[in-house]
Design a protein. Sequence first.
Length: 157
Amino acid sequence: MARPGQEHQLLEKFVGEWESEGEIMAPGQPPSKIKGVESSHMVGGFWFVAQIKSTLPDFPYEQILTIGYDTAKKNYIGTVVDSMTSHLWRFEGSFDARGNILTYETEGPVPNPQTPSKFREVMELKSPDHKVFTSSILKPDGSWETMMTINIWRKKH
């Protein structure tokens, strides 16, 4: 049987019980506040799995996030399912040289279900007890516009 490698171990830094607070920036509208919780663990040492529950301005939101390292592709892969769409989000990405910033890209039917948009998402470990998630959308001019920034702190027991 295969054993988890160093690439899989990088994901362990993100495991735990977390609380979050942030902003969602929709074009032409003032930023909306978001609060939530995350509970995450490793599966077999290979997969990071997180259940994220948030309260968006108009409704409760839930997401299941999986991240693993594909040894054949030599990059990180993952999925997201959520309570906002019927789309299975698939992504690929990589860590920075220090192993604290995971950047990945995906494509999906938000904000327009008829025209998929490209997204770049970053999960950065600022300290063992603080991580920041940002989500940006690719604009027609080729630049990235930040749509969401969430600060996430490890729960104190």
